[in-house]
Design a protein around this ligand. Structure first.
Ligand code: ATP
Length: 468
């Protein structure tokens, strides 16, 4: 089973500390969400998994962290100031504003009135002013995508790291879009995070690399636990393509609100580097070059065989962290009916994504020997794994299991009277390890717990039976 209703998921996320509406004490701020103690762990784990596969597992990609505030000039030359718009419609009846392409049957999506204005372009970028003087010259934007920061640093990375083409630059960071109609929980928000790779290739090799990244990224999402039954690939129609794209393949996931975009993999051609490059006449530029009088750098590489400059083509896999978190949560959500008729809610998250890896639960909170033992196990696992290990000390084991099922903790370790009864090596104390998914329990000698914990985590849930 997966989450079929967004309401159930939203309630669980609030109850268990994954996600809360932002500024909620004062009624909230539309299109903004805060990630709580469980949410931040899940989000960090998803980002770490992406970074691992992009930056640490390869020789041809470097990482970057560029600024959120960007010079207006950058976003003028990238085309965002003139074209990064959505069609906006006003309802004359209830005064609501909405995206024209979200309207069905020419009816207001809030009050159902058909008294609507014509659609007009609305720019999605948040503008601000840098420095004390508020004027057009000092205008800056909160970046609407992380990609432009990568293009701005293309030359720096080329000069400092000397990568050979093809190579990529990866970045994870905040992006901001003043969405006309934020909705569907964290699916469409105004402040979000993106994980973006710009992979630079020789013109002519672009289609081959585009296909490579489509396959690579699809597999990565399966590795995060998404089912191929719910993750679809879809070629954007020509008239849907962004201003820079030759071809874009979207990954659509079956969210509770319907099938919608999780990631886009675009062939951005040489549009961006070309647009930001000065001295066009001396370059062998393929297409779409604009007036670049403000750009100070030549964003091109020397052809490996010929004495000429080439503006590389760019393949861009770009996904939203928040939409990723939502997809992973939807996929992991399960409700099962137990033998006693009770419903168990469980998040079947992959162990590498689970916010808490182990919960250590002392069976009696007032027993100092049990508590001491539980604390010592917790400390050992924390220092060995470097991950979140929680010591539960409510003394209510059933409640602890329920909580950790709902946050997706793969394993609970219970310290009981058998753990502390042992007094010699022939009768070692044991702890109970409970598997989240099967609820199966095994007893593990105390002295083996660190080794077993490692095997459980690295082998996943499947390793459980073998450990036994
Ligand atoms: P959409 O058509 O849904 O508005 P988009 O095609 O404009 O999305 P891109 O510009 O391709 O999106 O951005 C890359 C990725 O960033 C998207 O695949 C998505 O995961 C994420 N993203 C874009 N806009 C938002 C948003 N408002 N809230 C959350 N994530 C977003």
């Amino acid at each position: 089973m997966v989450a079929s209703s967004m309401d159930v998921l939203v309630a669980l996320c609030k109850r268990r500390g994954f996600i809360y509406p932002s500024s909620s004490v004062y009624g909230g701020l539309a299109g903004m969400y805060d990630f709580g103690p469980m949410g931040v762990e899940l989000k960090n784990n998803l980002k770490a998994s992406w970074w691992q596969s992009m930056v640490y597992d390869r020789d041809d990609i470097e990482g970057l962290d560029s600024t959120i505030l960007m010079s207006r000039t950058v976003l003028q030359h990238s085309g965002h100031e003139s074209t990064f718009t959505d069609p906006l419609v006003d309802c004359r009846n209830c005064k609501a504003r909405m995206r024209a392409d979200f309207i069905v049957n020419n009816e207001c999506i809030y009050c159902k009135s058909t008294d609507l204005t014509e659609a007009r372009d609305f720019n999605l970028m948040f503008a601000t002013t840098v420095g004390p003087v508020v004027n057009d010259e000092n205008r800056a934007y909160l970046r609407p995508e992380t990609a432009q920061g990568i293009f701005m640093n293309f030359k720096n990375i080329l000069d400092s790291q000397a990568p050979k083409i093809p190579f990529g630059i990866a970045q994870i960071g905040k992006a901001f879009r003043n969405e006309i109609t934020p909705r569907n929980f964290i699916f469409r928000v105004r402040e979000f995070e993106q994980m973006e790779l710009e992979f630079f290739v020789m013109p002519g090799d672009d289609e081959k690399w585009h296909q490579y990244w489509i396959e690579n990224r699809y597999q990565w999402w399966l590795d995060q636990g998404l089912s191929p039954d719910r993750l679809h690939q879809c070629d954007q129609e020509k008239d849907e393509l962004a201003h820079y794209s030759k071809r874009t393949v979207d990954f659509l996931y079956d969210y509770p609100h319907g099938q919608d975009e999780l990631e886009g993999i675009a062939n951005r051609t040489d549009y961006d580097l070309g647009s930001h490059t000065k001295e066009q006449s001396s370059l062998n530029i393929q297409a779409n070059v604009k007036d670049n009088t403000d750009s100070t750098q030549r964003l091109a590489i020397k052809h490996p065989d010929r004495n000429e400059w080439v503006v590389p083509y760019v393949i861009e896999p770009s996904c939203g962290v928040d939409r990723g978190v939502l997809a992973v949560l939807c996929e992991a959500f399960d409700e099962e009916t137990l033998a006693n008729g009770q419903i168990r809610t469980v998040m079947r998250l992959k162990p590498h994504l689970a916010p808490v890896k182990f919960a250590v639960i002392p069976i009696a909170k007032n027993n100092p020997v049990i508590m001491k033992c539980a604390k010592s196990i917790t400390q050992k696992l924390r220092s060995q794994l470097g991950k979140k290990v929680v010591l539960e000390n409510t003394g209510n084991i059933g409640k602890a299991y329920r909580r950790h099922d709902e946050v997706g903790t793969p394993f609970c370790i219970t310290v009981d009277f058998d753990t502390i009864a042992a007094d010699d090596a022939t009768d070692p104390g044991t702890v109970t390890v409970r598997d989240r998914d099967s609820m199966q329990q095994i007893r593990v000698p105390l002295e083996d717990i660190e080794r077993v914990a490692n095997e459980l985590l690295s082998g996943g849930i499947e390793a459980f039976a073998q450990v036994k």
